[in-house]
Design a binder for this molecule. Structure first.
Ligand code: ADP
Ligand code: MG
Length: 352
């Protein structure tokens, strides 16, 4: 006896697959902004402008002056698992932000996306996709670079739409994403504008491209984002252990916070949220701070890309080290050393 109600196995169609993938990659407007700004950085942009309306729910527009996309490549840019950044043979050796070839396909599945671009030696062209329906490539007007416009995010996934927070909360999350990426890329100029209600809009964050050496540029950028006070109270960190390098700025214990809200950690230039790394930061300050106080720092851990796996999570904010103990040890020892030295300096000079 075979029941009529036996389950049938079906292949999902492209649009359903894209919407499912989008659920992992694009959680909220800020994740869309992150993907688009990372694409602009990967494209070698020196200036990136981000316009948002209603917390990114109705509009996210990212414009860059990067390498652009040739007209014939536009459909491929929107296709799932299509990327110009890796060849698939070496998932351990990733130097770019992107590599999954998933962002534009996902965004085009859950919103209305228009991609306008001009590559050197080509005319400008535009392609549109809405709920995974791709329209033919059209000629467009653009001097150089790329403009990606994403309207009505999640219109195709009403369940996700319901989970969006207030405009204010989503705007705040976008601000945070842009600031983290701006810390990682001091030589790129960033402008974030709120264009809710139309018109010129209001610039909510601006950082001009920094010049000078690594530490000068980073120090200026951090002063811009975390404030002069941080910059004046920050210790320069620069240490290596085996093939790991740690650099950046960490604030004196006297410049701490009541919550762990100003800890910016990067692995190979990628903003990450990682328990092991924040745990190391906490451990380093343990002798210098009471339990209710939290250190403020912007620290960059660089290593050969083969020693860290960034392929753990679709949103790519988690990483896995081949040797976590080495990373932890370097952070703890480098910070303790810098803090002890600063303490020693201020006590011998009778300083602050
Ligand atoms: P990934 O970044 O993982 O490659 P995406 O879906 O984000 O996947 O982008 C697909 C491709 O489209 C990229 O590999 C790149 O070739 C092209 N692309 C996307 N955004 C830009 C941009 N701003 N400038 C130039 N090329 C871009
Ligand atoms: Mg990408």
């Amino acid at each position: 006896y075979i029941s009529d109600a036996r389950p049938i196995i079906r292949q999902l169609d492209e649009s359903a697959i894209n919407r499912i993938a989008a659920g992992e990659v694009v959680e909220r407007p800020a994740s869309a902004v992150k993907e688009l700004v990372e694409n602009a950085i990967d494209a070698g942009a020196t200036r990136i402008a981000i316009d948002i309306a209603e917390g990114g729910k109705t509009l996210i527009r990212v414009s860059d002056d990067g390498c652009g996309i040739a007209p014939e490549d536009l459909p491929l840019a929107l296709a799932r698992h299509a990327t110009s950044k890796i060849d698939g043979s070496d998932l351990l050796n990733i130097h770019s932000f992107g590599f999954r070839g998933e962002a534009l396909a996902s965004l085009g599945a859950v919103g209305r996306l228009s991609l306008t671009s001009r590559a050197a030696g080509h005319d400008a062209a535009r392609i549109r996709v809405s709920g995974s329906r791709i329209e033919p490539v059209q000629p467009a007007a653009l001097r150089s670079g790329t403009v990606v416009e994403l309207a009505d995010l999640f219109f195709a996934t009403p369940a996700r739409l319901k989970f969006m927070r207030t405009d204010r909360a989503e705007t705040q999350a976008i601000n945070d994403v842009v600031k983290r990426l701006a810390m990682a890329e001091p030589s790129i100029g960033f402008t974030l504008r709120d264009v809710s209600g139309g018109g010129e809009g209001r610039v909510t964050f601006r950082a001009d491209a920094e010049t000078g050496d690594l530490f000068d540029a980073l120090h200026h950028r951090l002063a811009r984002i975390l404030g002069r006070d941080f910059a004046e109270n920050a210790l320069k960190i620069d240490a290596t252990r085996e093939e790991l390098r740690l650099f950046g700025y960490a604030a004196l214990p006297t410049y701490s916070r009541g919550a762990a809200v100003a800890q910016y950690l990067f692995v190979n230039g990628r903003p990450v949220r990682d328990r092991m790394l924040t745990g190391a930061l906490r451990a380093a300050y343990a002798d210098f701070l009471s339990r209710e106080r939290h250190p403020v720092a912007a620290l960059f851990l660089d290593c050969d890309p083969t020693l860290v796996d960034v392929n753990v999570h679709p949103a790519k904010s988690e990483v896995r080290f081949r040797d976590p103990g080495l990373a932890r040890g370097l952070i703890v020892s480098a910070l303790r050393h810098a803090l002890a030295e600063a303490g020693h300096r201020s006590s011998t000079t009778g300083g602050q």
